[in-house]
Design a protein around this ligand. Sequence first.
Ligand code: BGC
Length: 760
Amino acid sequence: MKVLRIFLMGILVTVSGVTSAQTTDAKMKPFIDALMKKMTIDEKIGQLNLPGSGDIVTGQASNSDIGKKIREGKVGGLFNIKTVEKIRAVQKVAVEESRMKIPMLFGMDVIHGYETVFPIPLGLSCTWDMAAIERSARVAATEASADGINWTFSPMVDVSRDPRWGRISEGSGEDVHLGSEIAKAMVRGYQGTDLTKNNTIMSCVKHYALYGAGEAGRDYNTTDMSRVRMFNEYLPPYKAALDAGAGSIMASFNEVDGIPATANKFLMTDVLRKMWGFKGFVVTDYTGINEMIDHGLGDLKTVSQLALNAGIDMDMVGEGFLTTLKQSLQEGKVTQAQIDGACRRILEAKYKLGLFEDPYKYCDAKRASSEIFTDANRKIAREISAQSFVLLKNQGNVLPIKKTGTIALIGPLADAKENMPGTWSVAANFSKATSVLTGLQAAVGTNAKILYAKGSNLDTDSAFEERGTMFGKTLNRDRRPAQQILDEALAIANQSDVIVAALGESAEMTGESSSRTDIEIPQAQQDLLMALLKTGKPVVLVLFTGRPLALKWEQENVPAILNVWFGGSEAGSAIADVIFGDVNPSGKLSTTFPQNIGQVPIFYNHKNTGRPLPDGKWFQKFRSNYLDVSNDPLYPFGFGLSYTNFTYSPVELSKSSFKPGETITASVTVTNSGAVTGKEVVQLYLRDLVGTNTRPVKELKGFQKIELKAGESRKVSFRISVNDLKFYNADLKYAAEPGDFKVFIGGNSRDCREGDFKLL
Ligand code: BGC
């Protein structure tokens, strides 16, 4: 540390005359100039290398001999290494034993919390609560930074409309506006207002670009879409994260326009640098460069050249840059300026984090022992978790249930604490997560009897169960005959006043490399559910899932369905809070739920087509529809019930037309017409009725989450400006077109009050 200070101080004194490396842009350039002057080409290329630590393996390979490489100046950062002690030891090698003494970045997939885990991102997005989402990222950054991490591979902002894709669980759903707001909130949460503080970390927005639109929902698959759709419906969340200050961005695995994102100059240079003016650095995804060999673009040397030429700065895991760039430079296939530019951007990130001032600023063992998995953080996680649940059905007000009598808790997810954090909880404290069983028991104490039985395995096919429970998050498969497991459950079900069925997917049935072609609840659990319903007892389905599921049968037959996603460390307690009515559910879907898999992709902001259905019909020959199922979703985007009801007045508009430069206000009065306090997400949608391009039938443009007491009313207003009416046309010109618009306000994308206005 001392050695590093003296060494770097030397640079500062000679170059800029200042005596300490303060993190201002004006001082950064001369500092980095001086540093780079002393670096060899090997050391510069070394900065572009990002190996995984082997501590937590998130891809196919892990690296060894890291220490030696760090000493030789061949490593710019390391990722997925856990604990402050280990990170301090590695940083010490970099800043004391390498020639240039350059501190390292320590990255991690801190996706929805660190040890205190929040709901999976898809669940978080259903809170529609930007302050809560920002808070979750703030807690995550505080805990991660207390444990030595200074860089997170989050937020994941890939818009996705395909529930087959396992990684839909990691994003914010299907909508570009909601996704952009969440992207900003997450970046604010991680980076705060001052990146040099020891409790803020650099964010890396991913996966740029269009990773959520892979063909057939298969992971890593080809993406192909028009530029118009790309710019209107998929790119804005990446830009929103960068505008909010995200210091880095990750290239996606997929191709775009026939060129993998990792070699895609259009994405990495034309859009990212020239159109958006991004100044931070670009990292590949895990072996993204090497995978271009299989994409069919050439050998490792060639694909490494392609990546650097396109605008990639840092190579995650594959060491294509490390092993080939020097030779490519000698052959004139890449330039010194390109290597210098990439190296500079990585050094700048380190500078902005304040690592040159104090490489150990994130290595405070005292913080690590007092700021991680604290009671306060767990309390925040519990509150946010409850807010992410979406009540899909509640016939006859089965929910909330009373904390008295006998409750039968049944299902493979009922006593499965290690599944509660959900996918991508690489730092989670699994053993301390709360299961539904512990949550319910703690909530009722001695007032009610909770009887528990598993009822069935995740599915009859044990190989499927094993594939869906990777990373050690087992469901402890019960090897007894299925009938015996079921009979045990039916015995307790028959003694109960109400059955809580904890069913659905296991944690790793979504996430990376977890696509499915069948998006129903696995058959063994459907059978269990049918048997439970036959007892005639009221059944509450507590549904675990990381994707929209096809739940037509369940919607028709189960009285109450509470979708709880994967709620994080405190899931079990939060589930108890909601099912006993201590918290009124307020989550709203950020993805459309289809009636069946054949409707996929189904999303609310589709086009009208030239042959839309006439009002009130679900089928008509020679119209755009199916013979066997209506075009309607099972649950529309924005949908979610409450233990109370909200009614909406007609839409009031401040005027009937407006000019660019002016605004128009659309208002409704929302009334809580039920018996308990509740939160409602009031949603504003617009439709551009006539244009030079076809426009979606509805587009979310605003939302406000409000809380109303029973009987209380509130006027909710949205100010609409010309910016809300702009779109990219076929020439990729971003502008609003004068004409007629419709405004819709409601509690979901289907059930809205409407109004009309004109842009002059
Ligand atoms: C994933 C990324 C992740 C990276 C590092 C990749 O397989 O696609 O989202 O950040 O691994 O763990």
